[in-house]
Write a protein of this length. Structure first.
Length: 274
């Protein structure tokens, strides 16, 4: 088992999401370096979240590879994309990611003006946009080229683009599994620690086990939430349709007393508080 783990670890690059989760965990400096080069300006990262999952009970949930929180409150989300869908699927995924994080960012009662800036960076194995260019940086603009100024930036990078181009050296390192062949010292140092040092390798092993356990827990949690939402909807439909109390209880697993409460409330008010 250890030999199998060692082989997987040595072959892993940053497009392996489990390895990337360990690589960037608490690694403020490394993420800061990459984002500063990608965005062409100094980025100061205060903290990092790994494999952030935003659960939506009534709609599709979202898991984000790496989320960097800047000192000024802005957010940078980095996704390593292995499998490319035909354009514009990934572009629409970026829209959904941004929507989900924006909802998380803005608390109840806060003004829209409190919504912080965000940058969503897709580092891809291929051309996600499909127009034969290695890098795209998008902001919302009108027909005259004036920016909307909503604080949202979306960047797509083809890490596998051949030949000379901006960020060529930086894109070499996420694709590289051999630390000694990496270009940037910060990325090489972190890779050597995780792949060559016994302490680092143990960290990867322990972290991977926790990731698997956490994912299994979240899958079960999401299934329970989905089932609960389905039960509530079934109960509402059956109560409004006049189904027998015992039948509603059997189908939805709600206790008979709870079903009777729903029926009584519906008869009095025409609505049901679930």
């Amino acid at each position: 088992m250890k030999k199998e783990f060692d082989e997987i670890l040595q072959d892993a690059d940053l497009f392996n999401d489990m390895y990337a989760s360990v690589f960037f965990e608490d690694e403020v400096d490394t993420l800061q370096l990459m984002l500063s080069l990608i965005r062409g300006k100094e980025i100061i990262i205060d903290s990092v979240e790994i494999q952030l999952t935003i659960v939506n009970t009534g709609s599709k949930s979202t898991r984000m590879d790496v989320v960097g929180h800047e000192a000024d409150g802005s957010v940078d989300i980095v996704e390593f994309q292995v499998i490319l869908c035909k354009p514009p699927v990934l572009a629409k995924r970026s829209r959904y990611h941004s929507i989900n994080y924006d909802r998380k960012m803005l608390n109840h009662g806060e003004s829209y003006g409190d919504l912080q800036d965000s940058a969503l960076v897709f580092i891809c194995k291929g051309d996600a946009i499909g127009n034969g260019k290695p890098l795209h940086s998008f902001t919302m603009k009108d027909q005259d080229g004036h920016e909307l100024g909503d604080g949202r930036t979306v960047i797509f990078i083809d890490a596998t683009w051949p030949g000379d181009r901006p960020l060529k050296d930086l894109m070499h390192d996420p694709l590289c599994s051999n630390p000694e062949e990496m270009v940037y010292g910060e990325i090489r140092k972190r890779s050597i620690y995780l792949k060559r040092k016994e302490e680092g390798m143990m960290t990867v092993d322990e972290r991977w086990e926790k990731i698997v356990e956490e994912r299994e827990r979240k899958v079960k949690e999401n299934l329970l939430k989905e089932q609960e939402a389905k039960n509530r909807e079934n109960a509402r439909i059956m109560v409004e349709g006049g189904a027998l109390t015992q039948m509603i209880s059997q189908v939805t697993k709600y206790p008979v007393q709870e079903v009777e409460r729903m029926k009584s409330e519906y008869q009095k008010t025409g609505t049901i508080k679930m």
